[in-house]
Write a protein of this length. Sequence first.
Length: 485
Amino acid sequence: MSILIKGGTVVTAENETRADVLIEGEVVAAVGKDLSSPGARVIDASGAYVIPGGIDPHTHMQLPFMGTVASEDFFTGTSAAAAGGTTTIIDFAIPNPKQSILEAYKTWRGWAEKSAADYSLHVAITWWDDSVQEEMGILCRDHGVNSFKHFMAYKNSIMCDDEILISSFSRARELGALCTVHAENGELVFRLQKEIFERGITGPEGHPMSRPPEVEGEAANRAIRIAEVLGVPVYLVHNSCIDALEAITRARLEGQRVFAEVLAQHLVIDDSVYRDPDWNKAAHHVMSPPFRPKEHQAALWKGLAAGMLQTTATDHCCFCTPQKQAGLDDFRKIPNGTNGVEDRMGVLWHHGVRTGRLTPSEFVAVTSANAAKIFNMYPKKGTIAPGSDADVVVWDPNKSRTISAKTHHQKIDFNIYEGMTMLGNAAVTLSRGKVLWEKDQLMTEKGHGRYVNRPCFAPFWDAQKLRNAGAAPTRVERKAPARAT
Ligand code: URP
Ligand code: ZN
Ligand code: ZN
C-alpha cells in the first residue's frame, strides 16, 4: 500500500522544505509539492515536521552484564524506540574473553531477530589472538560489520589493554573498519574504586568518585593518539566531560579523523543525582561514564553545536531496581546502565531545538544523518529522498510529554528523566513504510525489523593512510662506524 504524507515541512540534514512524501512499499518514492497518489493512505502532517527516523548508534538490548541481563529485549526496546521516533539501533555483540567473536555475533543476531525496527551490530574486541584477527575479516567481508568496539574500562571482564587496542586498531585499518572506544582508564577506576570503598564509601556516590573526568580524558586522548599513530579513524562513544571533549577537539583541529558521540542524558542530567538520600534513586543513575557536574553539560552542548560531537545516542542498557540492588552494600556491584531509547529525540528537540542551540536540520544531523554517514548506512537511512528506506517520522513540535516510568514503553521500572516535560515528540513513526506508532499507540510486530549491512569504507580510509604517508619511516643510510674499544 502507498502512503502519502501531506502538508508537512520535510527536514533533512541538508534543508527544510514544504513538501509531501510519497511512500511506495518500503521506500520513499517521491518528495515534492502537491503530490497525489490515488488509493494511497494519506497522513496529514500539517503543522508538523517530517524527519528521517532516528538512529541510535549505541544500545544494549538484553545484554548479559555484571552478573545479570539487561531487562529490555530487542522487541521491547525497538518498540519503545519507535514510540520516541527512533527507527534504527546499532547494538553491540560483546564476546566473553576467549569466546569466538563470530560466534558472539551470531548469538546476538539470533536475539535480535524479534526486533520491531531495523538494527545493526558493532562487535566488541575483548581479547586477542589469531582467530580474532581472522574473524574480524570474516565479519567485515561476509556480515556487514564495519565497526569494532573497545572497552578501555571494566578490568577483569571485557577491558582491552593497550596491546589489544593496538592489534585490533591495526587490523581495522587493514580492513577499512572503524574502531570505537569506551574511553575510561580501567586500571585507574579499579584502584580508585578500591580506595573509596575501603574508606567506607559503599553507596552509589562512590561511583562518580571512582570515575572522575580525568580518567575519561586520559583514555580518550590515549585512544585518539594510538589511532593517529596507526592511521585509523576512531569513534569515541558516550563522551561525558570537558576532558574528553578537549582531546577530541584538539585532534579534529589537527585534521585527525575522530568522530564522537554524546548521550542525551549527559546533556541534561548532572551528578547531584548520586547524592539523592533515596538509595534506589541514586543507584538508578549508576552508569559509566557517570553524570558530571553541570559545567560539563554546557561544554557538551557547545561541542555538539560546533560539530566536534557528531552523534547522539542513549547507551540504553536497562537494569530494574531489584537488579541494581545487587550493589546495596558495594557500589562496584551495581549494574551499570540507564534507559533512554524512547526519550532521546524528545530531549534533543526540547533542550536542543527549542532553546535555539540546534536548528531542525542540525537536529536531524545529530539524531540520524551523521550516524548513518559515519557507520555507512547513508542514504538508505538518515535522510528522506527517493530510494531511501521509508523510515519517516511525523514530528509534532508542540506535542507535550511528561516522562514517567508509569507511561513509558521501556521495560524498566524507573526512568532517569522522571517528571521532566518535553515539548516535541513523534506523532507517527514509520519503519520501512509500516506504521509502528500513531495516536499514542504502538503497532509493532516481532520480526519486522531487519539487519542492516554496513560495508567497510576502504577507499575512504586509504585517504587517511595517504595523509599519514608524509610521516612514513625512512631508513638513514650510513657507514658502520669503527668499533669503539
Ligand atoms: O554504564 C553503561 N554505560 N553500561 C553499558 C556498558 C557500557 O559501558 O557502554
Ligand atoms: Zn560504555
Ligand atoms: Zn554502551
